[in-house]
Design a protein around this ligand. Structure first.
Ligand SMILES: C[S@@+](CC[C@H](N)C(=O)[O-])C[C@H]1O[C@@H](n2cnc3c(N)ncnc32)[C@H](O)[C@@H]1O
Length: 456
């Protein structure tokens, strides 16, 4: 149970005029713990948390009665769900409306780490679509990369660039999501320490940075394309005022998002340009503070010219690793340190175009590399949803799965020699190589769980 948080008076003053704001209820909500919620993976998440209450704006969203130790759940490590705050999962509802049946969209998640929104977006795109998940801070980009690997889609790539670099991709993206760095007041129930860092001056700094980020990336959005802007701040300076700025400076116009009155989400209008946004207050919704709006680009964006230099696939490599993908539509391209990455052939032009403008950290699924005797499969293959189900595997119990995840002996005898994916409840966790008398564990060292598992 959280103790009451002392909400700064100047923030309360800013919030008083807003529709749906009830000071007493808002303060009281801050004495309650934040609800725990997850979003299920549409392919891997079947059968998990089925009996739990759904989050009304996302069919795969679930409220949990309390916070379990996720580290001790092998399904979590397999990417069966993403632990995500319920209000922010509203992006699913927003994008489902915008994407509809459209195929082959190019989507940018500009401020993507640790990957909550990116894993959500990945679940909504078809195989022709492409998601570029960007995170400017390198250390955070590696966490993003790990989470995207775990989610397992070939058409989600990771970049680590300043928004200005992505802005060079003139008129390339159909949708850009900016989940902006903000003053973070909406998350105080989850992170009380952040309250001590809050100040009016920081709100102003954040607002200026948000305007800069949006202006920098704006050229990359197509004419008629959609910008989705979100923050976890309550401050109107970072929310409604930014919509005014987008309408005034960049001539964008908001798209209405249909909402159900029972959800408790507040539709708000910006003071100057009357642009529509959606606010989440913790006394009205079962979730944290959040703000979101979708805006259309009306100006002429121009577009990039792309000359596709045809790539002749390396037949030997395609033969050695193509079978992991059922030999279906996949292009294996040289990556880092002798390894190969699998991408969809239809994304080869995108690769050439992106390579010119940004630093690509991850393109598709890492497939592994050839050695003198055999193909050494990469960890990604075990977690991907784009690989074939026919890869040799070993099904393990929860206890064995946890030993595997600790890189310990699983206590399995008589496994014929060869490479196997270790599976828990049908979900891949990583690779082992059986050598007759022992097994080598190929879980990457930094994925190893360090927690004591003796008490499970
Ligand atoms: C609210 S968080 C993103 C959360 C993420 N979208 C998710 O759902 O998991 C904002 C992100 O913006 C990044 N960021 C910070 N400064 C930035 C800047 N100047 N330009 C772009 N991104 C920035 C932060 O490192 C952080 O990862």
């Amino acid at each position: 149970m959280s103790s009451t948080l002392h909400i700064p008076a100047s923030l309360l003053q800013d919030l008083r005029p807003l529709p749906g704001f009830d000071e007493q209820a808002f303060v009281a909500a801050h004495a309650q713990p934040a609800p725990v919620s997850v979003r299920l993976h549409p392919v891997k998440g079947g059968g998990i948390y089925t009996d739990l209450p759904a989050i009304p704006w996302c069919d795969g969203g679930r409220y949990l009665p309390e916070r379990p130790i996720f580290t001790l759940d092998p399904a979590y490590h397999a990417g069966a769900y993403y632990v995500q705050e319920a209000s922010s999962i509203f992006l699913h509802h927003v994008l489902r409306g915008i994407i509809g049946q459209r195929k082959g969209l190019r989507v940018l998640d500009l401020c993507a780490a640790p990957g909550g929104k990116s894993t959500l977006i990945a679940s909504l795109l078809d195989a022709d679509g492409l998601l570029v998940s960007n995170e400017v801070i390198r250390t955070r980009a590696s966490i993003l990369e790990e989470n995207m690997l775990r989610w397992g889609y070939m058409n989600t790539w990771v970049t680590s660039n300043d928004p200005r670099d992505l802005g060079r991709l003139t008129g390339y993206f159909d949708i850009i999501v900016v989940d902006a760095p903000c003053s973070g007041s909406g998350l105080w129930r989850k992170d009380a320490a952040a309250l001590n860092e809050w100040s009016e001056a920081n709100v102003q700094l954040c607002a200026a940075r948000q305007q800069r980020i949006l202006a920098d990336v704006w050229p990359a959005l197509k004419t008629g394309g959609t910008l989705v802007y979100a923050t976890c701040s309550y401050s109107p300076q970072e929310d409604e005022d930014i919509l005014d700025h987008l309408a005034t400076e960049l001539h964008a116009g908001t798209l209405p998002i249909p909402i159900d009155a029972s959800w408790g989400i507040e539709e708000v209008v910006s003071p100057l340009q009357k642009q529509t946004g959606y606010r989440f207050f913790p006394h009205r919704v079962r979730g944290e503070g959040f703000f979101i709006a979708a805006m259309t680009k009306n100006d002429d964006a121009g577009s990039l010219k792309t000359a596709d230099k045809k790539h002749t696939p390396d037949k030997k490599i395609q033969q050695m690793a193509g079978h992991y993908f059922g030999n279906s539509d996949v292009l294996l391209l040289p990556g880092k340190d002798g390894s190969y990455n699998a991408i969809r052939p239809q994304h080869h032009t995108d690769l050439q175009l992106l390579q010119k403008a940004v630093f690509l950290r991850r393109t598709g699924i890492e497939a592994g590399m050839p050695s003198a005797k055999e193909w050494l499969p990469a960890h990604d293959i075990a977690l991907s949803v784009d690989t074939t189900k026919d890869i040799p595997h070993i099904d393990v119990s929860k206890e064995q799965a946890l030993h595997f995840l600790k890189r310990e002996e699983m206590g399995m005898a008589d496994v014929p020699k060869g490479w196997y994916i270790v599976r828990y409840n049908g979900l891949g966790l990583g690779w082992v190589k059986a050598l007759g008398n022992r097994m080598n564990n190929y879980l990457p060292k930094h994925w190893r769980i360090r927690m004591n598992i003796d008490e499970i």
